[in-house]
Structure formats: structure tokens, C-alpha cells
Ligand binder design. Structure first.
Ligand SMILES: [Zn+2]
Length: 487
């Protein structure tokens, strides 16, 4: 078999113990080629053996098993803790084809990328596993010869079982979602809160009162925080179970882990913004319990809706961010900003107030850039997706909170093909496509064939370069607006 050299990914060329390895772009899928059978990497890869001009050659699938062989022999293809980076960005890739573009753009910045980042909700909606997501990132890293390190984030994990799944799959960041352990006391009377507090374990109450009521807390910035009896009781009722949960998970699962884990506590999925005093209440206890935090995600004021700019008061956002940042700096971890896709009006504020010491998560916007590729290269498919999304919107709304109003979306029938891209600049149309991704990807016809999934992957495979270009531009705009330092 003669190889078509024009289809080789040039940066994927690797040499190991006398074998040469590289990726090629086949008609329908990428393949790993290994030439020279003297090495153990050649022997361990699964594939079909043939010969190329007399040299033994193996043609291998980009499978999970083979990705483990690659991870074994090329250590930089393994995910790592990103603590060496001051600035980090989560680049959730729901389709598993965005990482080459992400790698290209991140190489221009002094920032660490989390290339594999999915929540259980996203895995369920896309029909993938933690292993699938990580191996896609591993192959992209190998393809691009990217050696600066990347993270893998099990995002919004809610139970020890979910944390275990992510750790077993090799993830290096654990985002513990504590929302199910947070009490919502909005609307409760002072008397109700008092009763709930008195129902807490007596020893816990005494410990909290001793710790929080006996002194004012002076932060490194010189700023002081003080708890009134009332504030302590409210915070204990709201957050104490979440604190205990985070400490338990850290002690049982993160501390014993052999590799470095970036542990994030997320308290952002609440109905009201996180009070800085509450943030401190949580952080002080975690710190004193020896929990080594990488980041904390508070809920900020205003709205961080999916795939569109920030909605809210910028001045108030800056002030609250400053208060949270003082606490994060005091304890030495990063703030983590979730739903960070497209929040262009607050990016400069985030960059300035954190001085770049921050983690920002994006996900949906990378899917929307894939939709942009489809608009450019297969407008007929886009029209089908759009109609399907409108039809199934009510279902998608069960998973995502958005303000979208379909009445504001232009009628696609009235748009010419070259006008369709204007929809990607219209918030309601963006959110429509953003939240229906799971339904779109999983939809099947009556014979059990995917309605759209295969065609979407095909379009992106054939237009890989265009997708990379769009991602480089769009994520580049994010990084620039955040003020992350370029290399
Ligand atoms: Zn979140």
C-alpha cells in the first residue's frame, strides 16, 4: 500500500524506539500509522499489519485502547494538573473534534487549556463517556504534537460515584457541584432559619460559633470580614452540608489520588448570587480541613446564560468580583467563572480584577462554531437542524435556563443561504441551537438511524480546517478580551 502523503498531519510525526508514528486523514476517519516493528509501542498498538515499500506497517484505529498505548509512550499526551499556569480556560468539546483548533489558539497565549471538559449532563445528552471525551483530546494532542500540558475536567460532578467515574478515566480536574447540599432559604422567615439552625448537630454549632463569632477576619488585602449571629446561622443553614460534602469527597477520593488533581468546589448553581461572606464561610472551613482547592466557582450577580453575553449591571459585577477575588487571593486559589462562553462585556473586568489568575469555562460556544461551519458548508442541513430545534425546544428547556423568545428569531425560510450566518449573531437563535444539541445529536428515525449526527460529523470532518479557523478566531477573541498574556 502506498501512502498518500498529502493526507498526513505534519505535527503528528513521532519517533519512538525505531518506529515512526503519524496520523493520516482517511476518506471517512483518521488513522494512526506505525512504521517499523522493532519497538514495543508498535507491538502494543492494535491494528492491521501490512508493509509499505518493504517496511512493516500497522494501520490503527483511533480507539480508546490505542489512545492508552499513546499515553503510555508519549507522556505529554496524558492530562495533567494545570497549577503551573496562572490563567486557565475550559474548552468543552461536545463533539470531540474541536481540540485541534483549541490547541492552535492556546499556543499563542500563556494559558493552560482544559481540553476535555464535560459534565454528566453533557455526556448524557451527547451519548459519550468520560473515556470517549478524554481520548478525543489525547488524539488531538498527538496530532498537533502539543507538549505544554492540558487538563481533563469532570465537570459538575454531584456524587462520589460520579467523581470516581472521572478519576478512573484519568481526569485531572474534579469540579464538585455542591448544589444538592445547599439549602435555599429564600422566602423563609428569620424564625424558620433559627429553627433549622437549632436542628443542626450541637457540636457543629458550637464549633462554628467559636470559630466565626469570636473574631473579625482580616484578609491579606487588609479588608476585614465579620459575622453577626444572624449571618452565621443563615450561612450554616445554607452551606454547612455542602462544606461537609466537599471535605468528605476530598479526604476520601482526591487526597489519596496518586496524580495531581485540580479540585474545584462549585456553588454556582443556586437561585441567588453567592454572598462574599458565604464564600468566606465555605473557604475558611475547607482551608482549615486541609482541602487543597484549585478553584471555587461562586454564583455571580447578573445572568450568565448559555452562549450569549452577560446580562446585568457591570458596576455591580465588578464590585462583587472584587470581593470574591479578595477571598480567593487570601486562600490562594483561583476564581472559576462558569458559563463563560461569549461573556465579552465582563471579560475585561474578569481579567483586570483577577489579574489573570482565574479559570474560565466555555463549552457551548464551541458547538455553535461547529454550527457556523454547517451554515457555511451545508446550509440545507442547517435548515433541517433549525426546524428540528424549534420543534423540540420545550424538551431542551428542561435542561437549560434561557430567556430565549422564538418570536424574535427570523423565519429561516425568508433567509437566503448566505444570510443564514446572521442567525449566529442573534441571541435567541444562538440559544435555540445551543440548548438543543443533545436532542439534535441523539435524534433517530424509525429505522434507528441517526437523523443528523452522522451528517454533522461528516460535514465537520470534511471542513476541519474551516472549523479550526472559526475556533481560533472566536476563542482567540475570548482570550484577548480576558487580557490573558500572549506568548
Ligand atoms: Zn457551573
Amino acid at each position: 500500500m502506498a501512502l498518500n502523503i498529502g493526507r498526513v498531519y505534519p505535527n503528528s510525526l513521532h519517533e519512538k524506539d525505531g518506529s515512526v508514528l503519524f496520523l493520516i486523514k482517511g476518506e471517512r476517519e483518521k488513522k494512526l500509522i506505525a512504521i517499523g516493528d522493532a519497538s514495543s509501542v508498535f507491538r502494543e498498538l492494535e491494528g492491521s499489519i501490512s508493509s509499505n515499500d518493504g517496511f512493516p506497517m500497522k494501520v490503527c484505529d483511533l480507539s480508546i485502547t490505542n489512545s492508552h498505548v499513546i499515553r503510555k509512550y508519549f507522556p505529554y499526551t496524558r492530562p495533567v494538573s494545570l497549577r503551573k499556569f496562572r490563567s486557565t480556560i475550559g474548552l468543552g468539546d461536545r463533539l470531540g473534534v474541536a481540540s485541534p483548533g483549541h490547541i492552535e489558539v492556546i499556543q499563542g497565549y500563556n494559558a493552560g487549556p482544559v481540553l476535555a471538559q464535560q459534565s454528566i449532563r453533557e455526556l448524557t445528552l451527547t451519548g459519550r463517556t468520560f473515556e470517549d471525551v478524554l481520548q478525543d483530546a489525547v488524539w488531538a494532542v498527538f496530532q498537533e504534537g502539543y507538549r505544554d500540558g492540558f487538563g481533563a475536567d469532570g465537570d459538575h460532578l454531584k456524587s462520589t460515584e460520579e467523581v470516581k467515574l472521572a478519576l478512573d478515566a484519568g481526569y485531572t480536574m474534579i469540579t464538585l457541584d455542591c448544589s444538592e447540599h445547599i439549602n435555599d432559604i429564600a422566602g423563609l422567615s428569620k424564625g424558620d432559619v433559627e429553627r433549622m439552625y437549632m436542628n443542626m448537630d450541637k457540636g457543629t454549632r458550637e464549633r462554628l460559633e467559636m470559630r466565626f463569632l469570636s473574631e473579625e477576619f482580616k484578609l491579606e488585602s487588609g479588608f476585614t470580614l465579620a459575622f453577626s449571629q444572624e449571618a452565621l446561622k443563615a450561612n450554616a443553614v445554607i452551606y454547612q452540608k455542602a462544606v461537609d460534602f466537599a471535605v468528605d469527597v476530598f479526604d476520601a477520593m482526591i487526597r489519596p489520588c496518586q496524580r495531581g488533581i485540580d479540585f474545584e468546589m462549585s456553588i454556582d448553581e443556586t437561585s441567588t448570587p453567592t454572598d462574599p461572606l458565604a464564600h468566606f464561610f465555605v473557604a475558611l472551613q475547607l482551608s482549615e480541613a486541609g482541602v487543597d482547592l484549585y478553584s471555587v466557582a461562586p454564583r455571580f450577580c447578573g445572568e450568565f446564560q448559555k452562549g450569549i453575553d452577560y446580562i446585568g449591571n457591570l458596576k455591580q459585577f465588578r464590585e462583587e468580583l472584587q470581593a470574591h477575588q479578595r477571598i480567593a487571593s487570601h486562600f490562594g486559589y483561583k476564581l472559576s467563572v462558569h458559563s463563560g462562553s461569549d461573556k465579552f462585556s465582563v471579560f475585561p473586568i474578569i481579567g483586570e480584577e483577577t489579574n489573570g489568575h482565574v479559570h474560565v469555562k466555555t463549552a457551548g460556544t464551541n458547538w455553535l462554531e461547529a454550527i457556523r461551519v454547517i451554515i457555511h458548508r451545508d446550509p440545507a442541513l442547517y435548515r433541517e437542524l433549525h426546524a428540528f430545534a424549534l420543534e423540540h425546544l420545550a424538551e431542551a428547556r428542561r435542561y437549560y435556563h434561557v430567556t430565549l423568545d422564538t418570536g424574535r428569531i427570523p423565519d429561516v425560510a425568508s433567509l437566503k443561504d448566505d444570510e443564514l450566518e446572521s442567525l449566529m449573531a442573534q441571541n435567541d437563535a444562538r440559544q435555540l441551537m445551543h440548548i438543543t444539541y443533545g436532542l439534535i445529536l441523539q435524534a433517530k428515525d424509525c429505522s434507528g438511524e441517526y437523523l443528523f449526527r452522522d451528517r454533522i460529523y461528516r460535514c465537520l470532518y470534511e471542513n476541519e480546517t474551516l472549523y479550526n479557523e472559526f475556533l481560533v478566531k472566536h476563542i482567540g477573541n475570548h482570550l484577548r478580551a480576558l487580557g490573558f498574556r500572549s506568548r
